[in-house]
Design a protein around this ligand. Structure first.
Ligand code: WQD
Length: 329
């Protein structure tokens, strides 16, 4: 099978490319490097010893997409490409709606023209908004509180309507919880171009001395230690979930990809310090607008229907995240 991976040079996309190649799939990658780096291509090839075709460009470029589908018989598409910074989306909603929606609409239209009917979409637990109870199940109510999350929800709704119109389609929507960590080789990992919005990349930059101190956004949440609780999942476990999804496509399906365990900000800081034998300076700061107290998955549906479950621990995530940055300093 030949898989088109959009955003395949990005954090989650690149780790999924590695797992696809390791499992014998042929891949074709398109990326515009808006949130990734060209050297990732060679790193994927080094890790796997496999070659693949790469096209640089914007998925809104219909001419380029048609060229890709004319030059390659694409059996399925994994769609990772999209802007994903919550804070930035609040400041620049039009940029997010234009990019995330129009890339997807163009991609789906070109897929239809070329008879490609297998689509795996990178969604996010953010579509659940503030859950009424925990753990979160796939049939929980959906709501969003920022343009980034709303683009994910809108695309899920578009995909549902697409399936209603043509139920020969196979569409799998994967709702990620909080991906962290890196491939054990230390060759690929999370390497944001600008100041990290997310917790783990910020912790790493404090541990390496690039930043002075971590601000812990609030310690008065309704959690065991007052700091925000999230379901951190190793990016390699997440990538493997995509392979299982590809192998079990069956109409329109939704799956949580999380560990089912919640860890607080201070749990993560303390674990990171312990496994890496480093100090992470932090201070308690005011809550961040839009954050919720706690969020973690019920991942039993993915286990039951995809035969997938996570294997890596929070310690593995902290060790691999740090190893990547040290190896690439
Ligand atoms: C985690 C916890 C913060 C930074 C977002 C998106 C989600 C996905 C993952 C894209 C929270 C706290 C954070 C810091 C802190 N993104 N924190 N200091 O907000 O759960 O999810 O990123 O797919 O869609 O919504 O992740 O890493 O930003 O925050 O205290 O400097 O860490 O308050 O409790 P979040 P996060």
């Amino acid at each position: 099978m030949k898989i088109l991976v959009t955003g395949g040079m990005g954090y989650i996309g690149s780790h999924t490319c590695v797992e696809l190649l390791n499992d014998g799939y042929e891949i074709v990658v398109i990326d515009d490097f808006s949130n990734s780096k060209p050297e990732v291509e060679d790193k994927i090839k080094t890790i796997t010893g496999k070659d693949f075709k790469f096209y640089e460009g914007d998925i809104k470029n219909r001419k380029l997409l048609n060229k890709i589908f004319e030059e390659n018989k694409i059996d399925a598409v994994m769609h990772f490409a999209g802007y994903k910074a919550v804070g930035e989306s609040v400041k620049k909603p039009l940029m997010y709606y234009d990019n995330n929606l129009n890339t997807t609409l163009t991609l789906l239209d070109v897929m239809k023209e070329h008879g490609c009917n297998k689509f795996i979409f990178s969604s996010s637990a953010t579509v659940y908004g503030k859950p009424h109870t925990l753990p979160i199940l796939e049939d929980f109510p959906l709501s969003t509180t920022n343009p980034y999350g709303t683009t994910k929800l809108m695309i899920e709704m578009i995909l549902k309507d697409l399936f209603i119109a043509d139920n020969d389609l196979n569409i799998t929507i994967l709702r990620y919880f909080n991906p962290i960590g890196a491939h054990e080789s230390g060759l690929i990992g999370e390497n944001p171009n600008d100041i990290p919005n997310n917790l783990m990349p910020y912790i790493v930059k404090v541990a390496t001395g690039e930043y002075e101190c971590l601000s812990v956004f609030g310690n008065d949440y309704d959690t065991h230690d007052g700091t925000g609780v999230r379901d951190y999942i190793h990016v390699v476990d997440l990538a493997k979930g995509h392979i299982k999804a590809l192998e079990n496509m069956n109409g329109l399906k939704y799956y949580n990809l999380g560990t089912g365990n919640g860890f607080s900000v201070l749990d993560l800081v303390n674990t990171f310090e312990k496994v890496n034998n480093v100090k992470v300076n932090y201070k308690i700061a005011p809550r961040r607008e839009g954050d919720i107290d706690a969020c973690y998955a019920d991942a039993s549906l993915a286990k039951k229907e995809l035969g997938w479950e996570t294997t890596k621990t929070i310690e593995d995530m902290c060790k691999d995240a740090y190893n990547f940055v040290i190896k690439n300093k």
